[in-house]
Write a protein that binds this ligand. Structure first.
Ligand code: PMP
Ligand code: GLU
Length: 399
């Protein structure tokens, strides 16, 4: 019954882990979830108030497909204020979350057979979206010993005549890497030389704890002309459910992505758009407050993970994920409900932690590394401490 493209489609495992933890909790199982890639904070009141006001004022109809002019202007203001980037509203598209922005991009940009370089570990949706349109994602490994920094030489080595784009994500999901300015400059030069499009997913920009967030488009007019810069209200403003993502870039591409969107979803929710105007253009103190709390939790979880036998974790510099190396556990055995099992990869470790510790994590294999599991620390310090203790206790039961 289904299209061939569904034969290779893997559903989003980040969302699947979240759903599984929620389901277990509903059944009364006391699960601690490090799965959810979403802030546990509530959306700030000033933003909710703006949405209520928008509804009262009758902003309840279709809007311009690409977003109301006020929001596109607020996005331009944000890019200027935070990134030093000059864009006009015609260079901007508002979509139903940055995930939707990215999908508009693959539909508008990629032909079947086109190759897209994806530094690995990568966020689960990049390769799947590319495959959905028949394009070929090419994983290009980064190295744990450099903190998973971008590797320009490996990217260069992976280029073929079919390479059309590179997807960058800094701060990175799942590794927490903040790509170094030198590596970004080298990749910018490569993209200009080889006429590639750079897709720069900067969704975790506000959560940069070490180093400096660099927007690659800011490295010069030539690279800005071939970069699609993507961001979202989801993380910085704890607005995951509102579904507002945005992009700015080459006008021809933005126009094409807007045309795609016009045939698929039309505008994102009008009410959410007005909330986003307040989020981006209003006072920004709530952003720093939330980021400060994530930073404290970052130290707590990474220190705790590094005390677990067989587990190691490099200190992430941004986002809210710890990408723990669990390969030291491989070969150990545990007695599961279905009998004795040997831990052989990240899926086994994930199953072991859920069953034995009642802790939910996401297997690294879905992000391109079977040696790791991802833990989101967008959860309270108390739950982080409790989860770490549970994992420590479960590990003592390994044979
Ligand atoms: N990019 C990355 C790297 C992400 O982790 C996510 C998930 N939140 C997104 C994009 C999409 O976010 P949203 O669709 O909520 O804007
Ligand atoms: N991006 C978050 C994550 O990686 C949310 C879930 C998703 O959209 O994949 O967990």
């Amino acid at each position: 019954m289904l299209a061939d493209r569904l034969k290779t489609l893997a559903p989003s495992s980040t969302l699947a882990v979240q759903a599984k933890a929620r389901e277990l909790r509903r059944r009364g199982v006391d699960v601690i979830s490090f799965g959810a890639g979403e802030p546990d904070f509530d959306t700030p009141e000033r933003i909710k108030d703006a949405a209520i006001q928008a509804m009262r004022q009758g902003h309840t109809k279709y809007t311009e497909v690409g977003g109301v002019p006020e929001l596109r202007a607020a996005v331009c203001g944000k890019f200027k204020r935070d990134n030093g980037l000059a864009y006009e509203p015609a260079d901007v598209l508002i979509s139903c979350g940055a995930k939707h922005t990215l999908f508009n991009m693959v539909v508008a940009l990629l032909n079947p057979g086109d190759e897209v370089l994806v530094p690995s570990p990568f966020w689960v949706s990049y390769p799947e979206q590319a495959r959905l349109v028949g394009a070929v994602p090419v994983a290009v490994p980064t190295q744990e010993r450099t903190g998973f920094d971008l590797d320009p030489e490996r990217l260069r080595a992976a280029l073929t005549p079919r390479t059309k784009a590179i997807i960058l994500n800094s701060p990175n999901n799942p590794t927490g890497a903040v790509f170094s300015p030198a590596a970004l400059a080298a990749v910018a030069a490569l993209a200009v030389e080889r006429k590639l499009l750079v897709v720069s997913d900067e969704c975790y920009e506000a959560l940069t704890f070490e180093g400096r967030h660099v927007s690659i488009a800011g490295l010069g007019p030539e690279i800005q002309a071939r970069t699609l810069t993507i961001n979202t209200c989801s993380k910085a403003y704890a607005m995951t459910g509102w579904r507002i993502g945005f992009a700015a870039g080459p006008r021809e591409l933005i126009r094409a992505m807007t045309d795609v969107q016009s045939q698929v979803t039309s505008n994102p929710s009008s009410v959410a758009q007005w909330a986003a105007v307040e989020a981006l253009a209003g006072p920004q103190d709530d952003v720093a407050k939330m980021a400060g709390e994530f930073d404290r939790r970052r130290h707590l979880i990474v220190q705790g993970l590094n005390t677990l036998p067989g587990v190691s974790c490099v200190m992430p510099k941004g986002a809210f994920y710890a990408f723990a190396n669990v390969s030291g556990l491989f070969g150990r055995a545990w007695r599961s409900a279905e009998g004795l099992k040997i831990l052989k990869g990240s899926l086994d470790v994930t199953a072991f932690l859920l069953e034995e510790a009642k802790v939910a994590v996401v297997p690294g294999v879905d992000f391109g590394s079977d040696d790791h599991v991802r833990l989101s620390y967008a959860t309270s310090a108390a739950l982080i401490s409790d989860g770490l203790s549970r994992m420590a206790a479960a590990l003592t039961r390994l044979a």
